[in-house]
Write a protein that binds this ligand. Structure first.
Ligand SMILES: [Fe+2]
Length: 346
């Protein structure tokens, strides 16, 4: 799974809140199991039960609960074994597990942590504690689910762009990688870098709205075709608008073709009027465009691309950022490819 989007939504904002969460209670003691089920149902949760650790994995794969209350001490397969199984599988590792133990024991607690348990409750279970733990873990689970869906949307969009523009295979991934390296060197936070990574992947999403014959035309473009290319950053921003979690990325998408001297598009923003993320993406995008072969030209060598970056720093690109990017290239952290002349790329 790709990493998290930049903006963490509040509990009220993310979808799935209205659906009752499904909690699986695993305990070999009937009275305790029924007691927990009763408390959870009173809180409005859907419940499922299992009396034996041996059946848990299969059950979880089938019903996909949102949370598991798991007794540590069970006669056949104990909670530690079950927890390890759940946390080692891609499909189940993000389901929160609350380990329940009869005796407060530091040793058991450590073993449970090692097995991947997310929380603990001691028997007899306190209603207040149960309510608090379940609520907070379910909130985390819903958020994870939402982010997972967002990442799937992003991956689908990225695939759609690549499928449409047949000459730019791998371009979006490379732009994201270069941009993140530059952001790291700039000292930007992990959260910022994550936004930049997704902006890199999605920067040309607006090309979905540009006709294929224009996008893949090998020769020069007429003015109508050119204006369609010029519209792709704005279209990209529009496409991303309904996805709340991507609001931090939209600016970078909209302004990735602005130039430092104010002669770019779509608005002709100048210098630091251009959002930082967009200035970073612009360098990463240009470098990849320069160094990649196209049907009408060969890609530049790394040295030639560095010369181009130096020559047009402060004109095309933020000079400080371009300087940093050159440092990255010279340190060998970013690779280039062989090649010659360039034409402006969409
Ligand atoms: Fe573009």
């Amino acid at each position: 799974m790709a990493s998290l989007p930049d903006e963490i939504l509040t509990e009220e904002e993310y979808p799935g809140k209205s659906t009752p969460a499904r909690v699986l209670v695993v305990d070999d003691e009937l009275a305790i199991r029924k007691g927990l089920v009763f408390l959870l149902q009173k809180e409005g949760y859907e419940t499922l039960e299992a009396e034996d650790g041996a059946q848990v994995l299969e059950l979880v794969l089938g019903i996909r609960p949102d949370l598991i209350l798991l007794d540590l001490m069970m006669p056949k397969v104990d909670g530690l074994v079950v927890c390890r199984q759940l946390k080692s599988r891609e499909e189940t590792r993000l389901i929160p597990v609350v380990m329940i133990t009869a005796v407060y024991s530091q040793d058991q607690k450590i073993k449970a942590i090692e097995a991947g348990a997310d929380e603990f409750l001691n028997k007899p279970v306190s209603i207040i504690e149960l309510r608090a733990r379940v609520k907070s873990l379910l909130r985390m689970k819903r958020l994870n689910d939402f982010l997972d869906r967002s990442d799937n949307v992003i991956a689908s969009l990225a695939n759609a762009i690549e499928a449409k523009d047949k000459y730019t295979e791998g371009h979006n991934e490379r732009v994201a990688r270069y941009a993140v390296s530059l952001a790291r060197l700039e000292g930007l936070s992990k959260r910022d870098r994550n936004t930049i990574r997704m902006a890199g992947i999605l920067h040309d999403v607006g090309k979905i709205g540009v006709p294929d014959n224009v996008l893949n035309k090998p020769g020069p473009l007429n003015s109508d075709e050119f204006s369609r290319i010029l519209a792709h950053p704005g279209k990209g921003e529009k496409i991303l608008k309904p996805l709340q979690s991507l609001s931090g990325i939209r600016e970078a998408v909209r302004y990735h073709h602005e130039r430092y001297d104010g002669k770019g598009y779509p608005e002709g923003l100048k210098g630091e009027e251009i959002p930082l993320y967009a200035r970073i993406i612009a360098i990463a995008d240009s470098y990849d465009a320069m160094t990649t072969d196209r049907p009408y030209r060969k890609g530049l060598s790394r040295e030639a691309a560095i010369a181009e970056l130096k020559a047009k720093a402060g004109v095309m690109w933020d000079p400080a950022l371009a300087g940093r990017f050159i440092e990255l290239l010279q340190s060998g952290e970013i690779d280039g490819k062989p090649m010659e002349e360039t034409r402006p790329d969409a």
